[in-house]
Ligand binder design. Structure first.
Ligand SMILES: NC(=O)C1=CN([C@@H]2O[C@H](COP(=O)(O)OP(=O)(O)OC[C@H]3O[C@@H](n4cnc5c(N)ncnc54)[C@H](OP(=O)(O)O)[C@@H]3O)[C@@H](O)[C@H]2O)C=CC1
Ligand SMILES: O=C(O)C1=N[C@H](C(=O)O)C[C@H](O)C1
Length: 265
């Protein structure tokens, strides 16, 4: 039987790609979409969805969940909206697969507790690209040998959150294997505010935003007489679709929240 899916954010860069992927996947069925515009329309009424895209669009999540049956809820929106959606989906026993980034640690913890209480599967993945997950894993390995590290993430200039969810997750994974230390000179001073980047447990995160970029990250390690750079580049949003597909399949068998694709691959 097909897995019934609701997508939030279907007009967005990721949402659009995800809707097409769902239509192209034999065992997936798009039952509805959640937007903050276009209530009562069909997806095929919108620009970029000509043809057979007959899923109805809702702007009210409660109405959507009460009228439409779904197994999985895919959220590709914006941080504060994604958080509310994820909570609502868990409360309805619909399994969230969340790509939206920018959640606080408190929000993640609250959602983790809720998923446990409802015994409902949920996957929150800051990056669905397999290459990005490997970059994070390799960075965690390298940090055991190179505690001096800086993360440089580069994204398109329409991105709302900084640092990226991927950079934050990378820093968290590195923290698990790196001996905590403050990097740089003890007396270093910023003569332009913020120029050394954000401080995460003594390591630095730099966020670049430029038109032309999609999603890119370098993790640069430094040791005596050597550097090591681990780099990942997403050239387009197709790079994230295999990961979403995998999560939709795997979330069906979960009864708790998993944060990060590295925990299910
Ligand atoms: N995990 C991963 O691998 C990836 C995650 N992301 C993350 O996914 C999210 C989306 O990214 P992207 O597609 O580039 O962003 P976009 O801005 O292109 O898309 C977001 C969409 O959400 C819509 N939206 C805003 N409010 C609501 C609401 N209340 N209900 C439903 N939809 C709403 C926006 O509509 P409108 O434009 O009208 O405001 C827009 O269509 C971001 O958080 C990003 O960081 C991105 C790429 C990969
Ligand atoms: O907004 C984006 O584009 C992306 N967001 C995710 C993040 O914040 O890490 C994943 C990927 O980097 C693209």
């Amino acid at each position: 039987m097909a897995i019934k899916i609701i997508v939030a954010g279907p007009r967005g860069r990721m949402g659009k790609e995800a809707v097409h992927m769902i239509y192209d996947t034999a065992d997936f069925e798009l039952t509805a979409c959640l937007d903050h515009k276009n209530d009562g329309k069909k997806l095929s009424d919108l620009e970029g969805f000509s043809g057979d895209f007959n899923a109805p669009i809702y702007t009210d999540i409660e109405k959507c969940f009460s009228e439409q049956q779904a197994d999985v809820f895919v959220d590709l929106t914006i941080p504060e909206v994604g958080y509310k959606h994820t909570k609502a989906a868990l409360n309805h026993g619909i399994r969230p697969v969340v790509g939206t980034t920018g959640y606080t640690n408190e929000q993640l913890e609250e959602l983790k507790q809720l998923a446990k209480e409802k015994q409902t599967g949920c996957i929150i993945a800051p990056n669905f690209a397999i290459g990005a997950v490997l970059m994070m894993k390799f960075a965690k390995m390298a940090a055991a040998y190179f505690p001096d590290v800086e993360i440089i993430e580069k994204h398109h200039d329409q991105k709302l959150d900084a640092p990226s969810g991927t950079a934050k997750k990378t820093a968290e994974l590195i923290q698990e294997s790196r001996k905590s230390k403050k990097q740089g000179h003890d007396d270093e001073e910023e003569t332009i505010k913020g120029v050394r980047g954000g401080d995460f447990d003594g390591m630095r995160i730099h966020s670049m935003r430029l038109p032309g970029l999609v999603a890119h990250q370098e993790v640069v390690f430094g040791g005596a007489g050597q550097t090591l750079t681990i780099q990942h580049d997403s050239m387009n949003r197709a790079s994230f679709m295999d990961g979403i597909k995998e999560c939709v399949h795997q979330v069906m068998d979960l009864d708790e929240l998993i944060y990060g694709l590295e925990n299910i691959l």
